[in-house]
Design a protein around this ligand. Structure first.
Ligand SMILES: [Zn+2]
Length: 454
């Protein structure tokens, strides 16, 4: 099996159990798995391939994105949705999303995956919840596979249109029997529960305001009948979301989740901006995870999630760029910075979240939220998913005191190398897995065609 030696790493940020940061570090990789971690002096001196970083790069575990809607890269900054909060924003965009085609799904997924890879992400979850014009989750899985990104594909769903008291138009919701049948097909066709899996399937009814309680319950039962299939939805995103829950179910979002069996180590909820103390406590006790999406929450004026409190109650917290029509970017390293800053503002405490804690949410935290024990830190036996940042760049000049903290305090435009599953997918020249200019040209053309429906 091919071996790779990465040596003369300025600082190797392992994020391992001791949180070791190794000066003059090195990694020795066999195929897609890390075999050795240490100093350049300690590790083997040769391998099939040697990447000498010349003592100028930080190396860190690949970041994990736990919430996104890749298709929305086609509808960023839509004028009618630029200044709206959640429900109005959705209502303005549904007519555009209704025009999506399989090609649009594939192109938007590749654009989002490319943005994520450039910004340090090596594993992402995506939540695709509408399937007009014969679109399928298969279109997205195949498109992302080409990028090299490790991928948790969520089979989203909407079943409750306006006529049944839901928010989406009736024309883009699906029959519940069809949703469950397709969910089962996708699990059986794609879900890989082995260590180092590149594709896993999640079941993900879109939100309490777009599916029935029966679909929530049945999706949970279906997911739990297969090993490693997780559950994901949006919860307690803003004030209106809470009001809808109280008016419709007579329950807070946390109580609603409990009532449909959506608490547990196999569940994570996006946003949770308005999760109350009782729910935070029960999330912590049950190991229910949260995808924190600070940019989207600010963009839609949803509020600031109580992340410090969640961490203190042992709630697994990961980061999500969300979007891309509510962020409107997919820059995961920038999202880490926003999470770090937002926690401080929310608590009015400059020590509320440290740079290293923010980085931990984006690595170990995200891995935990996605139920992965093979990613999130760099140690023997872990997947070879890592990224490098060259210290010789404008944004990092003057950060010699603590270059690791500088990753979060400063603004890094992109990472320099990215390896996923031991495969080099990005280097300083660019993305190696896609012909990005061609993808962007086609993606732009599709976006222009959707603009007619604004
Ligand atoms: Zn979302």
């Amino acid at each position: 099996m091919p071996t790779l030696l990465v040596k003369n790493i300025h600082t190797l940020v392992t994020m391992d159990d001791q949180r070791r940061e190794i000066r003059s570090g090195a990694l020795f990789i066999c195929d897609h798995v890390i075999e050795q971690v240490g100093t350049t002096e300690e590790l083997p001196q040769t391998a099939d391939r040697v990447l000498d970083l010349g003592d100028r790069h930080l190396v860190l575990p690949g970041l994990v994105n736990t919430h996104h809607h890749f298709f929305q890269t086609l509808t960023r900054v839509v004028p009618g949705a630029q200044n709206s909060s959640l429900f109005d924003w959705l209502s303005a965009l549904y007519p555009l999303w209704q025009q999506l085609t399989p090609e649009a799904i594939a192109l938007s997924a590749q654009v989002a995956a490319a943005e994520l890879i450039y910004s340090g992400c090596t594993t992402a979850s995506d939540h695709l919840y509408l399937f007009p014009n014969d679109c399928t989750l298969d279109d997205e899985i195949e498109a992302v596979r080409q990028t090299g990104l490790r991928f948790h594909a969520s089979r989203g769903s909407m079943s409750m249109g306006e006529s049944k008291g839901g928010l989406p138009p009736d024309s883009i919701v699906e029959a519940e029997a069809d949703i469950l049948k397709d969910s089962q097909r996708l699990i059986e066709q794609y879900h890989d529960n082995d260590p180092y899996a590149l594709v896993r399937i999640t079941l993900a009814p879109c939100s309490p305001f777009s599916v029935s309680t029966e679909l929530m319950r049945e999706s949970a039962a279906l997911a739990r009948s297969y090993p490693g299939v997780r559950l994901h939805t949006h919860l307690a995103e803003n004030k209106s979301d809470v009001t809808y829950s109280l008016d419709t179910f007579g329950l807070t979002p946390g109580d609603y989740a409990a009532s449909v069996s959506w608490l547990g180590e196999d569940v994570w909820h996006a946003h949770c901006v308005k999760l109350d103390d009782k729910a935070i406590h029960s999330f912590g006790q049950t190991g229910t995870g949260v995808a924190h999406c600070p940019c989207s929450n600010m963009r839609l004026a949803s509020g600031m999630a109580p992340i410090r409190k969640m961490l203190d109650h042992n709630v697994p917290v990961g980061l999500g760029v969300d979007g891309s029509a509510s962020n409107d970017g997919s820059h995961l390293l920038a999202e880490v910075r926003q999470a770090f800053l937002m926690a401080r503002v929310r608590e009015e405490n400059a020590g509320a979240l440290t740079a290293r804690e923010a980085l931990e949410i984006a690595t170990r935290g995200g891995a935990k939220v996605l139920g992965r024990t093979d990613i999130g830190y760099l140690a023997p036996g872990m997947a070879a998913d890592f990224v490098t940042v060259n210290l010789d760049r404008l944004a990092l000049s003057g950060t010699t005191y603590d270059p690791v903290a500088a990753l979060i305090f400063c603004t890094i435009d992109r990472v320099d190398y990215s390896f996923i599953h031991g495969r080099e997918v990005l280097n300083p020249e660019g993305l190696l897995t896609l012909d990005l200019p061609v993808v962007l040209e086609k993606h732009g053309a599709v976006a222009r065609s959707l603009a007619a429906y604004c």
